[in-house]
Design a protein around this ligand. Structure first.
Ligand code: NAD
Length: 361
């Protein structure tokens, strides 16, 4: 298969971690007989330095022409970098918001997996964590409270702020379809999270999710109120497979879920549109404090590349191979500095990429 991938190395550790993900993908291509065609574009600080703007129209067109986008991370040290003396719309992060909008990425997926070998990083009691954690948060990304009308007014000398939470049935349906599609590829369970005891938008959410569920008889649907879900994530995280939820609930729950698994250097993510197209990136930032020192953990980016193989290319066998290479490398005792523990061998970013690639095939 010929795979056209646009890469955004970005800033800070971005170019280092993307180089390792490419190394692993090249090995996948070699072992499974694919051809990967990578095209790099600039975004964020790198684009500001080259073109004066965080994202050019040309870069957007290159991304749109690909089958998927693999990104490192963008941004610099917000206290010292000259990029942050620019107006907000010219700063690195404006590039990220711009590309998400241009590509219509409405579904955000964040897996939270507790690797046996990294169980020590889990802040939960062993009796809870030993049941395992392997869930995926599917968050609606372009609607709800963050995109509703907002205003601050003063009435009779009293300031009043208003934010609006709006969803229409089409917005709910398209994210629910993504959630059920992905659950069909996993353990076939969707927990739809809402606040239907209070909010109208949640009652509509529940109704539409149930309509979509009818088309997936092999996927089990359960509903959970968001406050209960926040509690269950630390009480019994093993119960979750796919958590399907709206924008703000997903924002909060995905951070909570990622923390129960430990290291930030292990957390992948994907943002998808209505087609198979997606943008895949680690959940962490550009870590300017460790950039250029070959010590960053590339695993989150490599796992994001595995998600790309699975969700944009339907290459489940290849994605499984990448994910099992990660497990194997941890089992073999290799660690980057951020996940280092006693008795393991500490390796740099580039060596970690090589060790992962060696374990494919
Ligand atoms: P960060 O995630 O970059 O770093 C937080 C801490 O985690 C740092 O100590 C860093 O060294 C460490 N860390 C992060 N990734 C690591 C990895 N792969 N291996 C080892 N250690 C790692 O968050 P921050 O410092 O708040 O932000 C730095 C910059 O990144 C800012 O400009 C911010 O705006 C940007 N950012 C970008 C994205 C994105 O591109 N999607 C996301 C978050 C932050």
């Amino acid at each position: 298969m010929e795979l056209h991938i646009t890469c955004i190395p970005g800033d800070g550790i971005g170019p280092e971690i993307v180089a390792e993900a490419k190394k692993v993908l090249e090995k996948v291509a070699q072992v499974y007989g694919h051809q990967m065609i990578f095209t790099d574009i600039l975004m964020g600080g790198a684009s500001i330095d080259a073109y004066g703007v965080p994202l050019t129209e040309q870069a957007v067109q290159t991304a749109k022409a690909a089958d998927a986008v693999l990104m490192g991370s963008i941004g610099g040290d917000t206290a010292t970098s000259p990029w942050y003396r620019l107006p907000p719309e010219k700063r690195p992060e404006a590039g990220l918001l711009g590309i998400r909008k241009a590509l219509n990425l409405f579904a955000n997926l964040r897996p939270a997996i507790l690797y046996e070998e990294l169980a020590g990083a889990c802040p939960l009691k062993e009796e809870i964590s030993k049941a395992g954690i392997d869930m995926l948060i599917m968050r609606e990304l372009t609607g709800g409270l963050y995109f509703g009308e907002r205003k601050t007014v003063e009435e009779n000398g009293v300031k009043k702020a208003v934010d609006t939470l709006t969803y229409d049935e089409n917005e709910i349906r398209r994210i629910a379809v993504k959630g059920f599609d992905i659950a069909s590829k996993r353990r076939k369970k969707v927990t739809s999270v809402d606040k239907a005891n209070v909010l109208d938008s949640s009652r509509l959410w529940r109704k539409v999710v149930e309509e979509v569920a009818a088309g997936y008889p092999d996927v089990k649907l359960e509903h959970m109120l968001v406050d209960n879900c926040a509690m269950q994530l630390v009480k019994n995280p093993a119960q979750f497979d796919v958590i399907l939820t709206e924008n703000m609930f997903g924002d909060i729950l995905s951070d909570e879920a990622s923390m129960v698994t430990g290291s930030i250097g292990m957390l992948a993510s994907a943002s998808l549109n209505e087609t198979k197209f997606g943008l895949y990136e680690p959940s962490h930032g550009s870590a300017p404090d460790i950039a250029g020192r070959d010590i960053a953990n590339p695993i989150a980016t490599v796992l994001s590349a595995a998600m790309m193989l699975r969700y944009s290319f339907d290459l489940d066998r290849e994605a499984d191979a990448v994910e099992s290479a990660v497990r194997q490398v941890l089992k073999d005792g290799f660690r980057t500095g951020d996940i280092m523990s006693q008795g393991c061998e500490q390796v740099g970013c580039s060596r970690m990429g090589t060790l992962l690639a060696e374990r494919i095939g």
